[in-house]
Design a protein around this ligand. Structure first.
Ligand code: TYM
Length: 321
């Protein structure tokens, strides 16, 4: 079973990325053949400074390795080191109706947020489909916001197979875990780099604590019971806490006598402790930038070999030399 997923290096990776995608990716790396990549072509739609993009790619690679990606198990690479993906994207474009892309929520959201509607933003899901189909992927662990892009991918694979012959492209399945499909941000909306409401995986203790303390809460007095429904602090705490600690926090909400500052401190402690080991590993890895680059280069060589096989199959089927 081939497992594939990617993350955009468009800013610091956050706990939405972590619980929604990285944790399932890391869990699955021992259950199949993982292909994991840093989607730097995709990030060109939002990052326009070359040095920032390069630094983000490096940071994303460090984050993955620190959190437990095993380069002996997973083919870990930079998307742009396999330029073949663009050729498959072009071929997929030829069977992709405009309407399919016009309906994509993420495109519409970006326009609503003031992005100017350029071609890359519009064609983004086609490149993502190519990412997936280029490696004969079976399973794609992602958060819920990518579900529609997976549907586009399946649609395009179906169109190619229908037009040019069965079994040219493998039909992938999304892997979305209900409990972490949409991790809320500090403001209660979906956590997202573009909403400025994220908790990054790594950072200085003071700065991260400040972010947690900024979470909005209501004005229930300390001594009164607090509403558990819709509490961002509680929802985030659930991601990090043991079941017993989480149940204790619910009981303390209901009992009254505890202020929100106390609950936020518990959330911060659980969040900080969760990444303690990864933080130490990341600091170590940071001392050795060549190692990170070597891992990505070795991954690219393996990914490219696989990509070539699939691309040649598609080229032959559609009538390219
Ligand atoms: P990106 O970089 O926006 O997000 C990376 C992964 O994190 C998940 N995610 C979340 N999950 C739960 N709650 C959240 N608040 C949250 N925020 C982000 C995303 O669903 C995603 O799984 N288009 C992709 C990158 C990509 C890709 C691919 C993914 C390019 N090609 C091929 C899979 C397969 C993206 O923008 O993800």
């Amino acid at each position: 079973m081939r497992i594939l997923s990617g993350i955009q290096p468009s800013g610091k990776l956050h706990i939405g990325n972590y619980f929604g995608a990285m944790v399932p990716m890391l869990d699955l790396q021992h259950k199949g053949e993982p292909y994991y990549f840093i989607a730097d072509y995709h990030s060109l739609t939002s990052v326009s400074e070359p040095d920032v993009l390069r630094a983000n790619v490096r940071d994303a690679a460090l984050d993955f390795l620190a959190c437990g990606l095993d380069p002996e198990k997973a083919v870990f690479f930079r998307q742009s080191d396999v330029p073949e993906v663009n050729e498959l994207a072009w071929i997929l474009s030829t069977v992709c109706p405009m309407g399919l892309l016009e309906r994509c929520h993420s495109y519409k959201d970006k326009l609503a947020k003031g992005f100017s509607p350029n071609h890359a933003l519009f064609a983004y899901p086609v490149l993502m489909a190519a990412d997936i189909l280029l490696y004969d992927s079976d399973l794609v662990p992602v958060g819920k916001d990518q579900k529609q892009h997976l549907e586009v991918t399946r649609d395009l694979a179906g169109k190619i197979n229908e037009k040019f012959g069965d079994d040219i492209l493998k039909m992938p399945e999304p892997f979305i875990q209900e409990s972490t499909a949409v991790v809320p941000g500090l403001d209660g909306q979906k956590m997202s780099k573009s909403y400025n409401n994220t908790l990054p995986l790594f950072g200085g203790k003071k700065a991260l604590r400040k972010l947690v303390m900024r979470i909005p809460t209501d004005s229930t007095p300390v001594e009164d019971p607090k509403p558990t429904e819709g509490s961002i602090v509680l929802d985030l705490y659930k991601l990090f806490a043991t079941e017993a600690d989480y149940n204790q926090m619910i009981a303390d909400y209901k009992a009254g006598g505890f202020g929100y500052g106390d609950f936020k401190q518990r959330l911060f402690d659980a969040y900080w402790d969760h990444f303690e080991e990864a933080r130490a590993r990341r600091e170590e890895l940071e001392q050795n930038p060549q190692l990170v680059e070597d891992v990505l280069q070795a991954g690219a060589t393996k990914a490219r070999a696989k990509a070539r096989i699939v691309l040649d199959r598609v080229r032959g089927a559609v009538g390219l030399a």
